[in-house]
Design a protein. Sequence first.
Length: 282
Amino acid sequence: QAKSSAPGHCSYFSHELNQAVMARQKLERALQEAIETNQLNLVYQPQVNIDDGSLYGVEALARWQHPELGFVSPGEFIPLAEESGLIGRLTQWALTTACQQMAQWRANQVAVPVVSINLSPDNFHSRDLCQTILAELSAFNLQPSDILLELTEGVLLDTNPNTMKTLHEIHSHGIGFSLDDFGTGYSSLSYLRQLPIKELKLDKSFVKDLELSKTDQALSHAVIQIGQSLNLKVVAEGVENQAQLAVLREQGYPIAQGYLFARPLAPAELEAWLERSPVNAG
Ligand code: C2E
Ligand code: MG
Ligand code: MG
Ligand code: MG
């Protein structure tokens, strides 16, 4: 009796679905425009050497402030970019912007040792990713060691034949990789043998309750052991308080990143943060 196929009696559900599809298409068009018109920007979060508080490097993180929609989080627009085929252009934009910023810091003698840039698995499908990166480095007169590329375990689960080839090609030019969100993927540890990585990032989900949870402490300990045995730098992300930092220091973590030190900062804010930093002030 609830059947209504007559025109004008379109079901509640299909109406809802239609709304959702339209909203998504609208956001997709807005994102494309944002990339093309430079509406996105990068903020930079310090990564600190736990030993002495000096700057190890910064991670570049994308931000989107839309004139009408307001702030859209990367947790929303990065997956959208990946699903809608915009991620190639977004990454190209991020590479250019981060390299340009790094060159400017170099020119102004702002001591930022290295900038980490996040890549998506799909970026490795493109045959010219390596050329794109080399072109940016040369355009801004940077060395391969001035940047680090963050990838996630998703890259390893990818069966696209181009992925491993591209990864090794980039590595052969002296550009380093960092394995982001380590411990949250579904791949086995054996891939660590095949991957040309120089850094692991302990995922922030393990750090969140680190000072309280013996289980998380055991896991973070296991990760630093793996990192040390394989001669990798290990960064703990999401460090928010001194108690977490104390555990990490005790376990031998060399590098930490998180709100305890600084939020992701606009370039001018990062410069001010560096000037206030005890290492530089002292
Ligand atoms: P991610 O690469 O793992 O970046 C770390 C995230 O943790 C960032 O979230 C950062 O703002 C946040 N964070 C930093 N310190 C703390 C802390 O102490 N506590 C907590 N709770 N969070 C902290 P954000 O900026 O929202 O980015 C989310 C994700 O979006 C990133 O995770 C990354 O996967 C992706 N993303 C951001 N920018 C880009 C980009 O330019 N390209 C690509 N492909 N992905 C990006
Ligand atoms: Mg990252
Ligand atoms: Mg991460
Ligand atoms: Mg992530």
